[in-house]
Design a protein around this ligand. Structure first.
Ligand code: NI
Length: 393
C-alpha cells in the first residue's frame, strides 16, 4: 500500500473519534489562557498514544514530540486551542454550553487535527524520520499565546527545522486546501496616545489648551500617512478605533485618549509609520500646545511563507489530495495571526483547510459559524503527509 492510502486508512479509522472530540471541545469553549480543560483533553489523548508531552508551556499550552525511528529533521506543527467571547447562535446539538463563549474560529477543529496527526504518526513511527513537534497553543485570538510559549522555550529542545501552521477556511470548499504564495496575513501594531492640554471653562478658550481640538486635527492628519507617505502598492491600514475626550458641553477638554492599530505587509513599514506618527505628534505639540505620550506595541509581525518550505508543502498536499484540490487564494488578509512569531524564527508555511458548509452563509468570528466535519480528516491527511515529507521520511 502506498503512503497515501496508508495514511487515509489510519485517518478513516480515527475520524469518528476525532469528530466526537471536536464536538465535545465545541460544547466547552475556553478563552485565551483559560484552556485548562482543553489542555487536559489534549494530554489525555496524547497519553493514550504513549506520546511524551509537556503541559503548562506559555501558561496553558502543550508541547508533544513524536519521535521517529530513523534520523531526520524536526518538523513543528502548530494548532491553536482558544475560543472567542461570542454568544453562539447556531442551534447545533453540540452548540456551546457556556453563554458568551464560542469556538467561532474553529480552533477546536485545529486542536483535533493535530491530535489526529499525532495518532497517524504514532502508527507510522517505524517509517518516520526525525521527529514531529506538536504545539498546542493558547490565546491566539488575543495574539499573545505564541509569544508566551516562545518565552517558555517552545523553540528549543528540540529546535525545529521548519514549522507548519493551518487554519480552517469557510470560503474554501471542504476537501480542498488553499494557500497564499507569499504574505498570508498582515502585521499588527497597537498604539495608545494621550494628548494633554489644560481643562477650562468653555466661555474662556484662551485660558485653556483644548486637547479635543488637537485630537480632531491629529485623527485627520494621521490618515495622510497611508495616502501620502506609504508606497501605494504596499498595503497599510492605520485605524483609530477609540477616541475619548471631554466631560460636558461647556468644558474644554484637558485630555484626549486615542487607541488604534496599524497593519502592514511589508517588513520595516510599521516602524516607518511609527516614526511618522511621532513626527506628527511633535507637530501637534508645537502647533496646538498639547503634550503627548505614545505607547507602541508590536502585536504580531506579518505572516510570510518561506518559499522553499511552501513549495515542498504544496507538492505533498497535491500528492495527497490531487492538484485540483490545492488552490492559490486570490488575496492575503489584513487580519493578523500570531503564528507569525514562530514564522519569524523558523522557516514556516501556512495552509487554509477548506471548511465550507454548502448553504451556510458564514465566516469565522460570527455567531452562526460552523465548520464542515470533512475538514478534520482532510486536515489530518494533508498535515501528516507533509510532516513525513518535511522530516525526510
Ligand atoms: Ni482563528
Amino acid at each position: 500500500m502506498d503512503i497515501n492510502a496508508r495514511i487515509a486508512k489510519i485517518v478513516e479509522s480515527r475520524t469518528a473519534e476525532l469528530v466526537a472530540l471536536r464536538r465535545k471541545l465545541h460544547e466547552h469553549p475556553e478563552l485565551a489562557f483559560e484552556e485548562h480543560e482543553t489542555a487536559k483533553a489534549v494530554t489525555a489523548f496524547l497519553g493514550k498514544l504513549g506520546i511524551k508531552f509537556r503541559s503548562g508551556v506559555g501558561k496553558t499550552g502543550v508541547v508533544a514530540v513524536v519521535e521517529g525511528a530513523k534520523p531526520g529533521k524536526t518538523v513543528g506543527i502548530r494548532a491553536d486551542m482558544d475560543a472567542l467571547p461570542i454568544h453562539e447562535q447556531t442551534g447545533l446539538p453540540f452548540a456551546s454550553k457556556l453563554p458568551g463563549k464560542m469556538h467561532a474560529c474553529g480552533h477546536d477543529v485545529h486542536t483535533v487535527i493535530a491530535l489526529g496527526v499525532a495518532a497517524a504518526l504514532t502508527d507510522l513511527r517505524s517509517e518516520l524520520a526525525g521527529r514531529v513537534k506538536l504545539i498546542f497553543q493558547p490565546a491566539e485570538e488575543t495574539l499573545s499565546g505564541a509569544q508566551a510559549m516562545i518565552a517558555d522555550g517552545v523553540l528549543d529542545d528540540p529546535k525545529m527545522d521548519v514549522v507548519l501552521g493551518y487554519h480552517n477556511w469557510p470560503a474554501v470548499e471542504a476537501g480542498k486546501v488553499g494557500y497564499n504564495a507569499e504574505v498570508v496575513m498582515a502585521s499588527a501594531d497597537a498604539f495608545d496616545i494621550t494628548l494633554k492640554g489644560r481643562e477650562g471653562h468653555g466661555a474662556h478658550p484662551h485660558m485653556s489648551i483644548d486637547a479635543l481640538a488637537a485630537a480632531a486635527h491629529f485623527v485627520s492628519q494621521l490618515q495622510t500617512i497611508v495616502s501620502r507617505e506609504v508606497k501605494p502598492i504596499s498595503p497599510a491600514v492605520v485605524t483609530i478605533g477609540e477616541l475619548h475626550a471631554g466631560t460636558a458641553r461647556n468644558i474644554i477638554a484637558g485630555t484626549a485618549v486615542l487607541k488604534g492599530i496599524v497593519r502592514t505587509m511589508e517588513a520595516g513599514l510599521s516602524e516607518k509609520i511609527e516614526e511618522a506618527m511621532r513626527r506628527m505628534l511633535e507637530g501637534i505639540k508645537t502647533g496646538m500646545r498639547v503634550d503627548y505620550t505614545l505607547d507602541w506595541k508590536r502585536v504580531a509581525p506579518a505572516l510570510r511563507n518561506d518559499r522553499a518550505m511552501l513549495a515542498r508543502l504544496l507538492d505533498s498536499a497535491r500528492a495527497t489530495l490531487g492538484k485540483d484540490n490545492v488552490i492559490e487564494l486570490g488575496e492575503a488578509s489584513m487580519g493578523s495571526e500570531d503564528f507569525a512569531w514562530f514564522a519569524e524564527k523558523v522557516p514556516a508555511a501556512h495552509l487554509r483547510i477548506g471548511s465550507k458548509i454548502d448553504g451556510l452563509d458564514t465566516a469565522i468570528h460570527r455567531a452562526n459559524y460552523d465548520c464542515n466535519d470533512l475538514a478534520i480528516p482532510v486536515g489530518v491527511r494533508v498535515v501528516t503527509r507533509a510532516a513525513m515529507e518535511l522530516s525526510g521520511s
